[in-house]
Design a protein around this ligand. Structure first.
Ligand code: CA
Length: 238
């Protein structure tokens, strides 16, 4: 029986496998500024909110593979994934970055500026659903279907709402990634394995519903990756 490891950054069999991947493939070619912001983020008391370095490397490769130019990120925290994304976009690329909190982003903003990619970042403070609705309404709806990639990692209990909006913003053939969809593997465990956290149980139940809904959604072709805390990738097909 698998055990729930709330402090782990991987669904791999053990943390030493993750260390191996990080030391072998991720850290040796990590951008200097990405490393700087990763270390700032790892020292933050809420460091669990930061995305995993191996996942960021995957997104960076993926963004280049699909030739992404316009992207959206819902949930910024310190801007660690935002910096990684901005670096992966071409010089005229843009990332709309949304977070309810600007204070955490202020930790990463100077690093993003130093990296020379601040001009690609359109940071908007506010609730994810409300800001996405705002983007959809902009320029008489001209932004619909113009994004190549979206990454949702904000309020876990709003993923279904993000999905409806992101499906309108991302172009047909574009990609939407949802973070933490395996919630420490708890989606495949009994509810009482999760210990005392009611929030963990609520999110675990929500992710089970969300994963089932995405799997049945004929507007997307989806797959789940057991990287970091579980990432669901959706390709919009209609
Ligand atoms: Ca996350």
């Amino acid at each position: 029986m698998a055990t729930y490891r709330p402090d782990s950054n991987t669904l791999l069999a053990n943390d030493s496998v993750l260390e191996y991947v990080l030391e072998t493939t991720v850290y040796p070619r990590e951008h200097e500024r990405v490393r700087e912001l990763r270390l700032i983020t790892q020292q933050h008391p809420k460091s669990f909110m930061g995305s995993s370095p191996d996942q960021m490397q995957f997104f960076s490769v993926l963004l280049k593979m699909i030739g992404a130019r316009n992207t959206i990120e819902v949930g910024v925290f310190t801007g660690y994934s935002l910096l990684s994304t901005a670096l992966a976009l071409p010089a005229d690329g843009k990332v709309v970055a949304i977070d309810v909190n600007r204070e955490y982003y202020e930790l990463g903003r100077p690093v993003i500026e130093k990296a020379g990619v601040a001009h690609k970042v359109d940071f908007r403070v506010g609730d994810g659903l409300a800001v996405l609705d705002g983007v959809l309404a902009e320029d008489g709806g001209a932004k619909a279907g113009t994004f190549d990639f979206a990454y949702a990692d904000a309020d876990k209990l709003q993923y279904a709402g993000y999905h409806e909006r992101l499906l309108r913003l991302v172009r047909v053939g574009g990609t939407i990634a949802y973070d933490n969809t395996l919630w420490g593997g708890s989606v495949a465990m009994t509810r009482d394995t999760l210990g005392s956290s009611e929030y963990d149980r609520v999110v675990r139940d929500y992710m089970m519903e969300f994963n089932a809904a995405v799997a049945a959604d004929d507007r997307v072709e989806a797959c789940v990756l057991a990287i970091a805390d579980g990432v669901t990738l959706c390709r919009r097909v209609k």
